[in-house]
Structure formats: C-alpha cells, structure tokens
Design a binder for this molecule. Structure first.
Ligand SMILES: C[S@@+](CC[C@H](N)C(=O)[O-])C[C@H]1O[C@@H](n2cnc3c(N)ncnc32)[C@H](O)[C@@H]1O
Length: 264
C-alpha cells in the first residue's frame, strides 16, 4: 500500500487511545481491554481502516481489531474510526482497537481460541511463486488462524486477484477447511449493501473489476451451523420438488378427466 499523505505524521501513537502498539501484552486478555465478553473479530492488513471502522459502527455488540504493520496506517485508521463514530453521534469508539502487528507473529498476540473471525481483505497477492509463503492465505498462516479462532471461528476473504484467489482455494482445501458462499463476482448484480466495502474494493469496483470472495468455517459450532443451514436448504428444495410433482400429477389427472368427459 502506498502511503502519500504525511498530514498526521507527527501525531504520537503512544498517546492514541485507539491504538495498541504492543499487542503481545494483551494475549489472552483482549476481553479485559474491551471490558466485555463480546466476540472479537480482526482484520489482518486493515490498510486505512475504512472496513473495520464501518464494521465497528454497524455492530456495537461485537469487538473489532484492525491490524497493520505501519504507523502511518494506524494514524489514518484511527482518524477514520473517530470520524465514522462521530457521524454516528458518539465521540468515543467503544468496540475497536487498531493494532500494530504482523500476521507472522499472530500466536504472540492471541491465545488459542481468542478470536471469533478473521477478515482478509485484498491481501497483498505476492505474484511471484518464490514469494508464495508470504501470501496471507498460505497454509502456514491458515494454521496460525486455526489456532487463534474459537468454535465459532470463520475466515472471510476477498480479493481482486484471480491468481491469489485460485491459490487460496487450493490452500483452504489442502488445509481441509470447509468453504461456503464462494463468489467469482461479488457485486455482479449491483453492490452488495449487506457487505461493507474496503478502500481497495471501492477502487476496483469503480474500474469494473470482479471481486472474488469466500468464507471458510473453522470452528466446530460454525461447521455444525453451516451443515444444518445446507441441510435445511436441501429439505426445502426437496419439499418444493415434491409439491411441483404432485401439482403436475393432479393437473394430469384433471386433463385426463376432462378428455374423458368431452368424449362422452
Ligand atoms: C493491499 S492493502 C489492503 C488494505 C485494506 N484491507 C483494503 O482492502 O483496502 C494490504 C494491507 O495489508 C498489510 N499487510 C501486509 N502483510 C501483512 C502482515 N503480514 N501483517 C499485517 N498486515 C499486513 C499491508 O500493510 C497493507 O496495508
């Protein structure tokens, strides 16, 4: 990500109450920091923070963490979050912290099962195969995510890069992860207003590029819920088909009766 503006460059992050510079200090204690037991969801590579700020403002019953490696992005993200919450009429941001961290060291930041969901939005594609291990959907990262996620755990991934998406489908599959809601053109039928857009997504959609997206269900509860939803859909489809066949049979009987009556 290119960082051009240096407008807030002098602002001290140490004094910023939204920013956590040493996330390892809260390993196993994030709930204490938030002051409640709500689920915790993290965006790894939040960039300028639009997505995670909007998510926090739309879902006050969920705790959010936006993670990135660069101080300048933490400054921008913090300004964005404060602005979005101010527009909502609040001069505090109750359910979001911005974390300076590298996914490489995820296990030093989160105890096993501490997270509910991980968002990977427009992660760097690292197109050269010699850099494949740096892709945030490489199996070595998926293992870290599995460890940090709890029984409701899910990963939501979107990208504009077809090659990263192909790589990721294989990587999720090789890690035996159950995938769902796979889309090869997320906004095909108009913008999905149920899903919050990121800065990169807005740019790519304006250029008419397709967005690829998938969700992976990791935790046992998430898998069980997904299975029961799929079974429910299959039962409804079977019931609809049975009703259709019965209606067709009844119509056939009616036609046969009418023909017989006409013949008399
Ligand atoms: C292409 S930008 C996408 C930003 C934002 N998610 C969006 O969709 O607009 C990728 C971001 O991921 C961050 N990033 C890359 N590797 C990372 C890592 N290992 N840990 C944390 N953040 C990382 C980069 O600093 C950059 O801000």
């Amino acid at each position: 990500m290119r960082l051009r503006s240096r407008k807030n460059a002098g602002e001290s992050l140490e004094k910023n109450d939204l920013v956590v510079l040493e996330p390892g200090r809260y390993r196993g204690r994030w709930r204490e920091l938030f002051g409640n037991d709500n689920p915790i969801r993290v965006e790894i590579g939040m960039g300028k923070g639009q997505f995670i700020s909007r998510m926090s403002a739309s879902n006050p019953g969920i705790n959010y963490l936006g993670m990135d490696m660069f101080d300048e992005l933490l400054r921008k993200g913090s300004a964005k979050a404060k602005q979005i919450w101010l527009e909502k009429g609040s001069d505090t941001v109750p359910n979001l912290f911005l974390v300076r961290g590298n996914a490489e060291r995820l296990e030093e930041m989160f105890a096993p099962g501490e997270l509910d969901r991980i968002y990977l939005n427009f992660s760097d594609p690292w197109p050269k195969s010699k850099h494949a291990k740096r892709r945030l959907t490489h199996s070595r990262f998926l293992e870290k995510y599995k460890e940090a996620l709890n029984e409701r755990g899910e990963i939501h991934f979107k990208t504009d890069s077809l090659s990263l998406f192909e790589f990721s489908l294989n990587s999720f599959s090789d890690s035996l992860l159950q995938m769902r809601n796979i889309s090869l053109d997320l906004h095909r039928n108009g913008l999905r207003d149920d899903l919050v857009m990121t800065e990169y997504e807005t740019k790519f959609v304006e250029r008419g590029q397709p967005i690829y997206r998938l969700e992976a269900v990791i935790g046992s509860e998430a898998i069980a819920r997904h299975r029961s939803e799929v079974e429910g859909k299959m039962r409804s489809a079977a019931a609809r088909e049975e009703a259709r066949q019965q209606a067709a049979a009844e119509a056939g009987e009616q036609d046969a009766l009418s023909s017989a009556e006409n013949a008399e």
